[in-house]
Design a protein around this ligand. Sequence first.
Ligand code: B12
Ligand code: SF4
Length: 509
Amino acid sequence: MHHLPSEPRIVFLQPGQLVPRAARDYLHSFNVSTTAMSILGALRDGGFGDLWFYDVACEEGDALGDWSEALLYKGAPDATVEAWLREVAPAVVCLTSMFTCDFPATDHMASLVKRTLPDAVLVVGGRHASLMPHWHLENPAVDFVVQGEGEQTIVQLVNALCGRNHLDPVRIPGVYTRDTCDPAAPRAWPEATLGGSFAQDLVLWKPDGQFRYREVVLHESPKDFLYKRAATALHSTPLMPTRGCPLACRFCGSHFTPEMRPVGVERILGDLRYAYDRGVRIFYNISENFCLHELDRVLLKRMADWRDDTGGDFILTHPNSTFLPVYMNGTEPDDAFIDLCVRAGTDLITISIETFSPRFDDKKLFKKYTIPQVEALWKRFRQAGLKVHLYMMTGFPGQTTRELHTDVTQTRDWVSRGLVDAASFSNLLYLPGTAYYRQALKQGWFDEATFRGWIREGFNFFAVPERLNFSLVPTPVLRDVLTCLRSADYDGAVRAMAASESEPISLSL
Ligand code: B12
Ligand code: SF4
């Protein structure tokens, strides 16, 4: 049983990340931890005042070190993290485990924490930890795993540990220990009550007042233009006005909470104003279904009015993804909405297209719209002065070279005609909790233990692992295609597919 002081010092650690050597150009700077803001904000709302944050992945800029033959480690050196932990000497360490591909690095961080601070309580939460709590609890360094949205759970847990309530920590819903975690049991995804405060102050700024995140772009790729504007002296903060997603794309791990729950227009505006008043000029949206909920449109309208007041002194950017239907009125571009987007400072729009193949088009975009209707939207965006970027995917299970060829050539057509600025192609990842992952287990393509072994070798949108390619495109071809596409060499990608022996296709450059 852990006994904490009544005013425990609490640290939130964002772990380092793993970067396949073959894909180091994916790195970019939009890395501010929304997760830390939400958990530290909840702890503060819950009456805890001695709160600290360290972003191992970003604190030292984009520091890269060796991890394994296939992987680089992006993060502050262990000795630096240890020294910081010793100096701060917290009683509780909260560690987030978001990405399955980073599990080895997060697990390493858990061991480092316990080695450095044997008496501290280590709590792990986050997307990956919630789906695979047993992976983390196998490490004796981890005391508790918190599953699902953790704002209220972490407050209850720390309260219990320092005697502020009479709850038994292991009976708090969503809290697991080695003794109470049953990997075979079906897991719920506890939802938080939203609307509490965000600890922007602790996350965006270091205790000495310096901005924590350095806006840098390391690489030269066609995607650079997404970040170039940010890679100036301007600072950024994330915008996530809703949680949950009603769609259920088979590759995605975002739909565990299918109901869209808005955080609240006033709360979000308050956060944006707070950051703005302290010099932040870029708000980047990380919500993939931005404006699918009516309240997001209210927020957008309020941002537009506010921007008018500031003389257009901030930008709103969507480098990740947004959903095409929100920009349409029936089958035509929604002029009024697009004008509102511009007035709210929108600089860049990324649209998830993913694929033109009906077999994998989970958003059913091309059931709803024809290619000319979508082209009319691109033209409208260009006319409004917006940068347009497409999010495409490769490597669907069973995808043929011919299907990939169609995706590449249609995209090439749009880029070459100047209808869109660029497209990023990401290879499908098999992520626990998704339909494709379940399908893979069912079909016997891998079991959990095998999967766990494979991800140690590197797993990323931009690096195609030999073992995790269940498309019909041979792995070397898929790799060549993605390499070409990363530098916008569409003709090279088409040539790579034409060279595919298993399923020859004609060269139509
Ligand atoms: C922003 C974002 C990013 C940012 C992350 C910036 C940062 N430092 O945080 C960037 C751009 C870097 C990024 C990169 C990638 N991403 Co991303 N990303 C997201 C996104 C859109 C939002 C995450 C977020 O901030 N959510 C808001 C916060 C508040 O929620 P949260 O983190 O889940 O935290 C809550 C709970 O989980 C819990 N919790 C979390 N941590 C802790 C800790 C404790 C102690 C407690 C008690 C509770 C707790 O409480 C929080 C509050 O409710 C999500 C999708 C989504 N809607 O969540 C995908 C998502 C997390 N990304 C995903 C993926 C796959 C990636 C990449 C691997 C893609 C790639 N390039 O290959 C890379 C990672 C590369 C690498 N090597 O690490 C997947 C992860 C699935 C998985 N199992 O791995 C997601 C879920 C999207 C999807 N398609 O499924 N991503
Ligand atoms: S990919 Fe986007 S639209 Fe599809 S389930 Fe995930 S968040 Fe929702």
